[in-house]
Design a protein around this ligand. Sequence first.
Ligand code: U2F
Length: 464
Amino acid sequence: SIESSHKQHVAVMAFPFGTHAIPLFNLVRKLAIAIPNTHFSFFNTANSNKSIFLASNSSNIPSNIKAYNIGDGVPMNHVFTNHPVEGVELLVKATPENFYKGLEAAITEIGLKISSLITDAFLSFAVVISKEMNVPWIPVWVSVPYTFSIHVYIDLIHQFYENHEDSDSGDKTLELIPGLSKIHIKDLPDGILPISRTNLEESPFECMLSKLGRMLPQSATVDMNFYQELYPIPLLDDLKSKFPNLLNVGYLTLSMPPPPPPLLSDLDVTGCLSWLDRQKAMSVAYISFGTVATLPPNETLELAEAVEASGVPFLWSLKDKWKDYLPNGFLERTSMQGKVVPWAPQTQVLAHSSTGVFVTHFGSNSVNESIANGVPMIGRPFFGDHPVNGRIVEEIQGVGLRVEGDVLTKSRVIKSLELVLVHEQGKEMRKKVQSLKEIVLKAAGPNGSAAKDFKTLVEKLSML
Ligand code: U2F
């Protein structure tokens, strides 16, 4: 075999959509460095592998990681509609056969059978594969532990929902579930409520998600993209009692502690950081809605009018194809006030002292990055875990606000910007988010809980 010096062979299966595969890959890279005599086979679609390997300087990728491209389920000459989850549905339809193919290829090539299976937790069928191979299944939960708990309690939520179906159930809160008393039924992600789709069109993706609650308890260990110190006690106690091997390995899209500034200049190809250098401390609104959600044209217009009218300096990550929705002459008129780029070095932008507020979609990684850098948020949730994340940010952590009605209008944005950047309430939010940042820095430090949990994971993988 080509890798006969390797003792273990860990198979890693990614969910190649949104910002799921990057945090998983970052974890695997850390593991591969920590256990150089273990081989890691990373199964992911060609597109997602390409973007990960392009983004990370390939000299940074340890030689004991090998990526395999698995089928994405997209038929030849397929023409995509505008439906955002179409690609997801096609991939899920192709599972688990596409992953099996990859596994077979890797086992033959490496000459070692699989010793453990690390997967994005969404891939609930992995538990079946792990049982067939008689190896531990280690799901990685990219979102927050609150949504993990929502999946674990799916049966209870169904009961609760059915009991309240005739009343206005959307506003009911999940008081029955430890730590989730502030979460509303209407915040729940897809795949939780019995029929969450208005059209009854079959969705393999929702079907996969709806099985998670029953599959997760069959895992050997769960890895959370989170810090133990950030949980509310009832949620932590409850999850620990159900998952004794719950590990919180810390935020996986960030290097903690943050790298020193000199290393960053290379990344500033769009000039965002040097532009921020010229702005006043805590004055800038950084705007981005992540990699999947698209702000509707009318809201793009309202948001642009609001920032222009407010005079707040802004840095907006906006794909070129959406620029057409900006008001006429907006870019020219605001050329001194703001900057629009197709992609921003977000973690460095949030770490910059000029950034005062993050206008976000409440994607998990974005929220994590904002908290780790002590930046308060104004949010406009779209789907999935965004509404739950928004509820946590606004009502549990008190580090931001969710725009009224979850829709951006000129007046709501102006009001929100003033509230966060100028008013006492905003100062309070900043104080709170700064204290969360301190907690994160400590938890992520050499003696913090994340390092301890990471070490436990390393031991679990190497002592099999
Ligand atoms: C899906 O979320 P997204 O990919 O839309 O959003 P995030 O989880 O917030 O991740 C966006 C990442 O892209 C980076 C940013 C984040 O790490 O730093 N980024 C950037 O570097 N520059 C830019 O100009 C814009 C973004 C999904 F929609 C959510 O529901 C989930 O919570 C999430 C994770 O499960 O995946």
